[in-house]
Write a protein that binds this ligand. Structure first.
Ligand code: GLC
Length: 546
């Protein structure tokens, strides 16, 4: 087993983690201060979302320099210290590589847009207008609005899969690819332990750009037109050869739309990456994975279980990142449990799954404290660029502003980006200044200090689960099998290695449910209720040993 298979990964959104200077946004020194806390969760790596210089239109996913640290987060010395202090604790630092696009403030783009003849003129995706002056295709960007932006200077449109300020790079140009590999190798030379690779399915564009089927706004989702285009794996194998191969690091790529059955092409020895974040379980409320927040349907448990089982099966001979949260998703207790479920029980129930499926558990900051969504009063309070796009899309689809805001409340990425809650002091101990996003109203009950003292807290439950998982060969390597698949109330699966067998049972409802027959006689190892009954109570989760 590799080091990244035996321990959890802790994801940090640095802007919201801990501010040590009073400016209202988190920084690298804040992360250094909390390394022991992260270690206590059994994490062997920290994934940092982008900390490079950026205009912050998309909070760092719009990068203007790939080989420097944004002064808001600190200095290169702080970064080196973070690597060193983390290493002392057996933790490696994993960086986010955002290689589908740069910021429009990147020097490469500034040069590229200046004329049709400069030395970087084809570093981005430029196209002429249609004869009537309109955009080359009807594609809608992921954040809403056209995926094309007119550039006066160059008299052409450029493609942006995400925000206008995030122009797509042209991977067909070998100089572009080399510049990206060099930047990744710069960080490897500084001692980073791996990479999370952003939005990788979009790097290869189709040969011909054609209009897609229009939706109610007259546009067609760019994702459906360019994701996982034929030929992408050739780029990715080169990327692997030039950057990752033979190094003691791990790679996890964000790859919305790679189907479970295609995973072997993408991960493991034959593939490119060690692991791949696919979205089937977190997008189970959207038809065909199409993220229109206002069109979300209630989750059918059997669909969620089918998605998890399909990924477990597809990565039987490779590896999988297990996650319910990240900086792009609402809080999992709201997402996967009924509104009336007890949030602490629900957080522990999801954690029980997180640590007992086969793969590396990814904990997203605050998840280990049981954070819930925090709806803001008005659309203007939202910083998240996609919340604004979705708000407009919902109204284009006929919803009232109130209903559109309700969809934002439920799915906004800001739900995951409110400041970490460290203690009961002002701003939850996150900053002595004005926090860049409002602190959760419930922070006095839900924070690291309070939970540290409570043996029964979500935080201490995470620690117990993580310790159990990291020392259990069955939980690390055992075979997965799902039971009771047709039940719309419980999720049951076993993990088996030789003659050892464990079983996880989770009641997703807020009423009592019969204990599955297969469990009778097994010994309960851990659960979110201390005692045991011969039925499952609301939101009950437990791990049994045979
Ligand atoms: C990924 C990131 C997301 C970002 C987008 C554009 O999906 O996780 O936060 O907005 O890529 O870079």
């Amino acid at each position: 087993m590799e080091w990244w298979q035996n321990q959890a990964v802790y994801q940090i959104y640095p802007k919201s983690f801990l501010d040590t200077t009073g400016k209202g946004t988190g920084d690298l020194r804040g992360i250094i201060e909390k390394l022991d806390y992260i270690k206590s969760l059994g994490a062997g790596a920290i994934w940092l979302t982008p900390i490079y210089p950026s205009p912050m239109v998309d909070n760092g996913y719009d990068i203007s320099d790939y080989t420097a640290i944004d002064p808001r987060f600190g200095t290169m010395e702080d970064f080196d210290e973070l690597i060193a202090k983390a290493k002392e604790r057996g933790i490696r630092i994993v960086m986010d590589l955002v290689y589908n696009h740069t910021s429009d403030e990147h020097a490469w783009f500034k040069e590229s847009k200046s004329s049709k003849t400069n030395s970087k003129s084809d570093w981005y995706i430029w196209r002429d207008a249609k004869p009537d002056g309109s955009a080359p295709t009807n594609w809608r960007s992921i954040f809403g609005g056209s995926a094309w932006e007119w550039c006066e200077e160059r008299q052409q449109y450029y493609l942006h899969t995400f925000a206008i300020q995030q122009p797509d790079l042209n991977w067909e140009n070998p100089d572009v690819r080399q510049a990206l590999y060099d930047a990744a190798n710069f960080w490897l030379d500084r001692g980073v332990g791996g990479f999370r690779i952003d939005a990788i399915v979009y790097i290869k564009k189709p040969k011909n750009f054609v209009d897609g089927e229009p939706d109610s706004d007259g546009k067609s989702n760019v994702h459906n037109m360019i994701a996982a285009t034929e030929g992408i794996l050739d780029f990715l194998h080169e990327f692997k050869r030039e950057v990752f191969e033979g190094k003691d690091i791990f790679t996890v790529a964000e790859a919305n739309s790679v189907k479970p059955e295609d995973l072997p092409e993408w991960v493991g020895e034959r593939g490119v990456f060690d692991m791949l974040f696919e979205f089937s379980h977190v997008n189970v409320m959207f038809d065909n994975g199409e993220e229109f927040w206002h069109r979300a349907k209630p989750i059918k448990l059997s669909d969620l279980k089918a998605a998890l089982t399909a990924s477990q099966k597809a990565t039987r001979n490779t590896w999988y990142p297990i996650y319910f949260e990240n900086h792009d998703k609402p809080r999992s207790v709201n997402n996967f449990f009924p509104d009336d479920a007890d949030k602490n029980l629900a957080a522990k129930a999801l954690a029980t799954i997180l640590f007992t499926l086969r793969g590396t558990p990814f904990i997203y900051q605050g998840e280990e404290l049981g954070f819930a969504n925090e709806p803001f009063n008005s659309i203007d309070d939202y910083d998240d660029i996609s919340s604004h796009g979705q708000y407009d899309l919902a109204q284009a689809d006929g919803l009232s502003p109130e209903d559109a805001l309700r969809a934002v409340h439920k799915f906004s990425r800001d739900n995951a980006r409110t400041p970490m809650q460290w203690d009961s002091s002002i701003n939850a101990g996150f900053t002595s200044g004005k926090a860049w996003l409002p602190v959760h109203k419930d922070f006095k009950n839900c924070n690291a200090e309070v939970e540290e003292r409570d043996a029964d807290s979500v935080l201490n439950f995470y620690r117990r689960l993580s310790a159990l998982r990291n020392s259990s060969d069955v939980l690390i390597g055992g075979e997965y099998e799902e039971l009771c698949h047709d039940s719309e109330e419980i999720y049951v699966f076993t993990r088996t290695l030789g003659d050892k067998k464990l079983c996880t049972v989770v009641n997703f409802t807020t009423h009592d449910v019969e204990l599955p027959a297969q469990i009778k006689g097994a010994k309960k190892l851990l659960g979110n209720y201390a005692d045991e009954k011969n039925y499952l109570r609301e939101t009950e989760a437990a791990i049994y040993e045979f």
